[in-house]
Structures are given as structure tokens and as C-alpha cells.
Design a protein around this ligand. Structure first.
Ligand code: AP5
Length: 216
């Protein structure tokens, strides 16, 4: 499976991409998770990326493209669910070229959409595990024990870029910066719009139907 998951911050890309990865045995490659790991490890890229991430802006293409394409190549990943990359037209073109060079192509691009008001509510309730990175929501998808990860027992915290003023800016950056990526994959016939509003299971079912149709 080679699938892209597009959508604004808080649309549920990470939540749904993890479910798909478990179901289809593909790698979940989340650009935001990889960047946060680089920041936590204090790598050069992490240091450069963190100032953009904290402001809710995109990390420049020249850093992002090699970071993600090298990750795919170094780990020999050819079946993937890419979550959060590409986000600009330059990133999309670089990904398309890298796949073509290896005789591969994308099977489907899902654009998950949710209205801005709901996004702000979702993000304000999001909690992320400091150990394994699993995502929860305080009311929609809470852990069994408050503040503690069900999967690894580590503490949960709020992301530093989940402050309301940063979220508003991230939404503007997404709507402007990623619109050309949506158009690019729409015109190539790969893009399917999926309504991201509803119970988690309901959204998963909609995505499964699209994936089944695309990969048979
Ligand atoms: P990234 O980590 O990718 O953040 P994002 O795109 O803003 O997306 P989020 O992780 O906020 O949301 P999500 O859609 O995954 O939602 P989730 O499943 O968690 O990127 C962070 C930063 O890194 C960027 O701002 C940028 O600086 C940089 N970056 C990353 N990639 C880059 C790139 N390619 N180029 C340049 N810069 C890049 O769900 C959200 C919450 O809602 C959770 O609490 C969840 O439990 C809940 N939820 C999920 N589904 C539902 C539902 N159906 N109903 C109710 N609640 C739900």
C-alpha cells in the first residue's frame, strides 16, 4: 500500500493512519512525529525545525524533502501511509519523482476534512504520550487512567504547538500552503475526499471503503 493522508491539523490523520497501518501492515510515516523525535534527540535538523514548529509554520522544503525521502530509503520502506508529507507542491513533486525512480506509484490520496471550529476543540483536548507518542483525546478517546498511556504507562502531555493561537496560525498555513498539493493529486485522479467528522469508528469505516476500492 502506498497512501497519502492529507488534512488540516487535528483532522485525525495520525489517529486514522495508525489504524490503517495496523490493519494493512504498512509503515506509518508521520512527518510531525519524526520531526518531534529529531527535536527530542537534539539533532541538527531537530534544532533547525523546532523554531518553525513552535511558530506553527512549515519547516522549509529543502530540509523536509531530504529528511523524509532519506527516511523512506534508509529504512527500505516501499509500503507506507504517509501522514503530514507532502505538504507543499515542491514536496509532492519530489515524492512523485522519487517513487517513479523506483518504479513505484501512489495508490490513493485521502483528503480528510473537518471544519475549523471542531479542529480547535479536538486539538485543545489532545494529549500525547511522552513515551510511545500514542495520541488520546480527553473526552473522545481517553486513556483508562487519567494522564497515563494505556500502551506504555508513560505520562501524557499537551504538544507545545497545540496552544490556541498557534493552532489558528497552523490552520491558515495549511489552507494556503497545502491547497496546491490537494489540486495536484485531484488533477491526477488519485485524491478522494473523506468527511473526517463523526465517531472515530465511523471515519475509519469511510476510509476503509476508499482503500478497499483503491487497492482491491
Ligand atoms: P504534524 O504533527 O503533522 O501536525 P498537523 O498536521 O498539524 O496534524 P496534527 O498532528 O495536529 O493532527 P492530526 O490530523 O494527526 O490529528 P490527530 O489524529 O492527532 O506537524 C507538526 C508541525 O511539524 C507542523 O506544524 C510543521 O511545523 C512541521 N511539519 C510536519 N510535516 C511537515 C512538512 N511535510 N513540511 C513542513 N513542515 C512540516 O487528532 C487530533 C485530536 O482529535 C486527537 O486528540 C484525537 O484523539 C482527536 N480525534 C481524532 N479523530 C476524531 C474524531 N473523529 N472525532 C473527535 N475527535 C477525534
Amino acid at each position: 500500500m502506498r497512501l497519502l493522508m492529507l488534512g488540516p491539523p487535528g483532522a485525525g490523520k495520525g489517529t486514522q493512519a495508525k489504524r490503517l497501518a495496523d490493519r494493512y501492515g504498512a509503515s506509518h510515516v508521520a512527518s510531525g512525529d519524526l520531526l518531534r523525535a529529531a527535536v527530542a534527540q537534539g539533532t541538527d535538523l531537530g534544532r533547525q525545525a523546532s523554531e518553525y514548529m513552535d511558530r506553527g509554520e512549515y519547516v522549509p522544503d529543502e530540509l523536509m524533502i531530504s529528511f523524509i525521502l532519506d527516511h523512506l530509503a534508509d529504512n527500505e520502506i516501499s509500503d507506507f501511509i504517509l501522514d503530514g508529507f507532502p505538504r507543499t507542491l515542491a514536496q509532492a513533486e519530489a515524492l512523485d519523482a522519487a517513487l517513479a525512480k523506483n518504479g513505484l506509484e501512489l495508490e490513493v490520496v485521502i483528503s480528510l476534512d473537518v471544519a475549523d471550529a471542531e479542529i480547535v476543540e479536538r486539538i485543545s483536548g489532545r494529549r500525547v504520550c511522552t513515551g510511545c507518542g500514542r495520541t488520546y483525546h480527553v473526552s473522545v478517546d481517553p486513556p483508562s487512567s487519567e494522564g497515563v498511556c494505556d500502551a506504555c504507562g508513560a505520562a501524557l502531555e499537551q504538544r507545545t504547538d497545540d496552544k490556541p493561537e498557534t493552532v489558528k496560525h497552523r490552520l491558515e498555513v495549511y489552507r494556503q500552503g497545502t491547497a496546491p498539493v490537494v489540486s495536484h493529486y485531484r488533477s491526477s485522479g488519485l485524491l478522494v475526499d473523506v468527511d473526517g467528522v463523526g465517531e472515530l469508528e465511523e471515519v475509519t469505516k469511510r476510509i476503509d471503503e476508499v482503500v478497499e476500492e483503491a487497492i482491491g
